[in-house]
Design a protein around this ligand. Structure first.
Ligand code: AMP
Ligand code: MG
Length: 418
């Protein structure tokens, strides 16, 4: 029979130290080529700087429907000599006294230096009358106005979204180099933990952590792999960890990192690798553990990164958000891996934890010219409802003094404003 220890053997590290230690072990993964036109590119991170090879537009064009003409002719009526539609070849020339009907996006004829909007002109019997004297350059989309040849349009480390994909297509860049998506294996542990859709005995809990953590890993741009639920048994959990070492970049475990006699994750990580920290001065999620397991397999030269997350659902997800997510974004080469930090005004009073900084779930919105945070209610570690709708984590420093409504605190913005 094991004996319960009263004191953890692991020194308590501060949040910032934990983040620093993790970063020491995170290097961007290898690079692969992506076909932007064929493959889903959204969320991928660029591994190269992308320059435009061309001016956009490549020739001067009409920015409106109207008439291309010479501004030097002032308000004198002009002869309308032709019509140019979008898609017509460039090459037409006009001289003083002439004008051409021109459509938005059509190439400007040489000799013309302005376009007058159709609403500002009148065409009668082959002659064009303008209401006002045009200025040189009016309504012309000049060569390179949107993008200049040689210009950096997307920098390495940029996450591809709507605008970025549009830009790549505009610039005619079909193939780009991106960082590989990390493969994140997720393992639940616990004799009391069951598949959500199966039979369960009294006192058992349904495995919410594995499904929530896999969703969180996918949201962070990773490929999530389920390793199922491991019983609280050394051999079973050892086999699962080695399985992860064979096929994943990162392993997330849930449960089994506390002080109980059946908390086996830490001893196993000691046996198979190196624990870099085993406790964080942090609430919720004090026993969160970070380890690496060295390996040399055909597919993986880098160590497996292991995050031992606590079993309580809120603790595991908040620890993921604070410690794991930035690491997953760094692995993908994201130049901005961290959530934005903002100052918020409290709508509800907040009670800090006496001994550790606490990351309390909050709903952040923009009200009357400032960011306001509402609590999501009771902050218990098992109360998943405290995460529902939360788009912020309030950074509550430790202490015994409550913060009144109206006080200001910092928060991590974990989702869009509500
Ligand atoms: P542990 O850290 O292993 O002692 O787990 C602490 C508590 O977290 C357990 O008593 C369960 O109630 C809960 N728990 C552990 N694993 C899971 C899981 N995969 N899904 C939901 N709750 C869990
Ligand atoms: Mg357990």
């Amino acid at each position: 029979m094991n004996v319960m220890r009263r004191e953890s053997r692991y020194p308590m590290v501060a949040v910032d130290d934990a983040l620093r230690i993790i970063n020491l072990h995170v290097v961007p993964l290898d690079v692969e080529e992506l076909d932007v036109l064929r493959d889903a590119a959204d969320g991928r991170v660029l591994a190269e700087d992308v320059f435009s090879e061309e001016n956009l537009p490549d020739v001067p064009k009409a920015a409106v429907d109207g008439y291309a003409l010479c501004s030097a002719d002032g308000v004198t009526p002009r002869r309308v000599i032709a019509e140019i539609t979008a898609g017509a070849m460039a090459g037409l020339h006009i001289d003083r006294g002439a004008a051409v009907r021109i459509m938005t996006g059509a190439p400007l004829p040489s000799g013309a230096d302005a376009v007058v909007m159709v609403e500002q002109a009148e065409e009668r019997d082959g002659l064009l009358f303008v209401l006002h004297a045009p200025g040189a350059g009016d309504n012309i989309h000049t060569t390179g106005q949107d993008v200049a040849a040689g210009q950096l349009i997307l920098a390495r480390g940029t996450s591809l979204g709507v605008a970025e994909i549009g830009l790549l297509a505009t610039a005619g860049r079909r193939r780009v180099r991106v960082f590989r998506r990390p493969v994140v294996a997720v393992l639940a542990t616990g004799d009391e933990v069951f598949e959500p859709d199966g039979p369960i005995f009294a006192g058992g809990v349904r495995d919410s952590n594995r499904y929530a953590l896999m969703a969180a890993a996918r949201e962070a741009g990773c490929v999530a792999v389920s390793l199922g639920i491991a019983r609280d048994d050394m051999a079973v959990q050892r086999a699962a960890i080695l399985d992860a070492a064979g096929r994943a970049d990162v392993l997330l475990t849930s449960g089994g990192v506390s002080m109980g006699t059946r908390d086996l994750v830490k001893p196993l990580l000691e046996e198979l690798g190196t624990i870099h920290f085993g406790r964080i001065a942090f609430k919720p999620g004090k026993p969160t553990t970070f380890a690496t397991i060295a390996r040399r397999t055909a597919t993986h030269g880098l160590p497996l990164l292991v995050f031992g997350l606590p079993g309580f659902p809120v603790s595991s997800l908040v620890s993921f958000e604070v410690f794991v997510r930035p690491a997953l974004r760094r692995l993908q080469g994201d130049a901005h891996p961290d959530r934005p930090r903002v100052r918020v005004t409290l709508r509800d009073p907040i009670h800090p934890a006496p001994d550790r900084p606490e990351y309390q779930r909050a709903i952040v919105s923009w009200e009357e010219g400032r960011l306001v945070a509402r609590s999501t209610g009771r902050q218990g570690s098992s109360r998943l409802l405290s995460l529902l709708g939360a788009n912020g984590l309030l950074l509550v420093p430790p202490g015994t003094q409550s913060y009144a409504a109206g006080a200001e605190l910092e928060a991590l913005l974990t989702g869009p404003l509500r």
